[in-house]
Structures are given as structure tokens and as C-alpha cells.
Design a binder for this molecule. Structure first.
Ligand code: G4P
Length: 193
């Protein structure tokens, strides 16, 4: 997605060979116009799939997921990472291990929002090692709902997440695919015609 790649080039900061900082438009300050375009692009790529719910994870997945939900006209559920005072219902829970942070966390959504009739699209801001996406897929499967695919704003294609999800048979649509962050420069995956 051209506008997103331009934004990453101009406002992204390469922190290391592994980490891209995008808190000028996605992870802290949010660019609503860009988010709207991102939502439209996800909706275009996953149209005609009968999607009934979008599933994401707090915090940074929420903005792109809501914009996609707006265009597709479906509700957005964000998995909680922390214990909520009000989330006391029966919960679907999954463990997510972060290789980046070397921590394990439990994510949860209420059983009342996701049922076996749902066709779910997973959306997240980053795809690194795929553990967050797999955790969300685990929650969807516990509900016996169908996983239609995974929509990612920024994929770090030099990490393992994309292949892991493809190997498990999931469709992955990433709007920007970063091939490398070496020498402080963002290089994108070359598009095939
Ligand atoms: P994985 O889910 O793909 O395995 O990713 P990983 O554990 O490596 O990432 C943990 C957190 O770090 C996630 O956010 C993920 O979105 C974010 N992340 C991974 N790589 C990058 C990167 O290069 N740049 C930035 N800015 N973030 C990255 P989180 O902890 O869930 O935070 P948030 O959603 O509350 O912002």
C-alpha cells in the first residue's frame, strides 16, 4: 500500500535491525486519515468473504481494526491483555509468548461476543513472530468460529510470523512488507507484477 510505505519511509524510525518505531502515526500518535485508508484496503482485500467479526488485540491493533470494521460494517472485538474489572464473564483465554519481550501473557475475550456462527478476520498492527496472531486464532477456534484470514498493517518479512501462519493454512494480507531494516534503512519486499 503506497501511502503506508511512504509514511513509513518519511516518519518511521529504525531503532535497530529488528525494530521499527512508528509511534508518529500508529503506535502512539495515530493518523486517522491513514487509518481510514488502511481500513478501506483491508475491506477491499477481504470483501465477499462473509466476515461477521474483526478480532484484534489491545492497544495498537484497535485503530486499524475499527476502521476496517467501519467499512465492512461489522463489530470489532479487541482481546484484553490485562485483567479487567468489568470483564467477569466466561472468557476464552490464550497464552501469547513474545520473543521480543521474552514474556508470556494471557489474552482474553468474552464468550458472549464470539460464537460458532462467526466468520472472523484477525487484524493487528505488526507481524513479527506471529505469536499474537496465533493467540487470536486460538481464541476464535475455541469459539468454533471460522478464521477467514489475517490482516496486518506492517509485516516484518525477515521474521518468522508470515511463514508460520501460511504453513498453518491461513491467508495473510500485509499492507506493508518490510524486507530489512539493516543499516538504518527500511527496505520493502519487491512486489511481483
Ligand atoms: P509477534 O506477536 O508477531 O510474535 O510479535 P512480538 O511478540 O515480537 O511483538 C510484541 C509486541 O511488539 C507487539 O506489540 C508487537 O506489535 C510489537 N512489535 C513487534 N515488532 C515491532 C516493531 O518492529 N516495531 C514496533 N513498534 N512494534 C513491534 P504489543 O506489545 O502488543 O504492544 P501494543 O499493541 O500495545 O502497542
Amino acid at each position: 500500500m503506497h501511502a503506508l510505505e511512504e509514511k513509513i519511509r518519511t516518519e518511521g524510525i529504525v531503532l535497530s535491525d529488528q525494530v521499527l518505531k512508528v509511534d508518529a502515526f500508529l503506535n502512539h500518535q495515530i493518523d486517522p486519515v491513514l487509518m481510514q485508508q488502511i481500513g478501506q484496503e483491508f475491506a477491499t482485500r477481504f470483501k465477499d468473504q462473509g466476515i461477521t467479526k474483526i478480532i484484534t488485540i489491545e492497544a495498537s491493533g484497535i485503530a486499524p481494526a475499527v476502521m476496517a470494521g467501519l467499512v465492512l460494517g461489522v463489530p470489532v472485538i479487541f482481546a484484553r491483555k490485562y485483567q479487567s474489572l468489568t470483564l467477569k464473564d466466561d472468557l476464552f483465554k490464550a497464552k501469547v509468548y513474545s520473543f521480543t519481550k521474552q514474556t508470556e501473557s494471557t489474552i482474553a475475550i468474552s464468550k458472549k461476543h464470539l460464537t460458532a456462527q462467526d466468520k472472523a478476520l484477525v487484524i493487528d498492527d505488526f507481524l513479527a513472530n506471529g505469536q499474537a496472531a496465533l493467540g487470536l486464532i486460538d481464541l476464535i477456534k475455541q469459539a468454533e468460529a471460522e478464521v477467514i484470514g489475517v490482516g496486518i498493517v506492517i509485516e516484518k518479512s525477515f521474521q518468522t510470523g508470515r511463514q508460520l501462519l501460511l504453513d498453518k493454512g491461513y491467508r495473510v494480507e500485509s499492507l506493508a512488507r518490510v524486507a530489512s531494516l539493516e543499516n538504518g534503512v527500511v527496505r520493502f519486499v519487491e512486489k511481483t507484477a
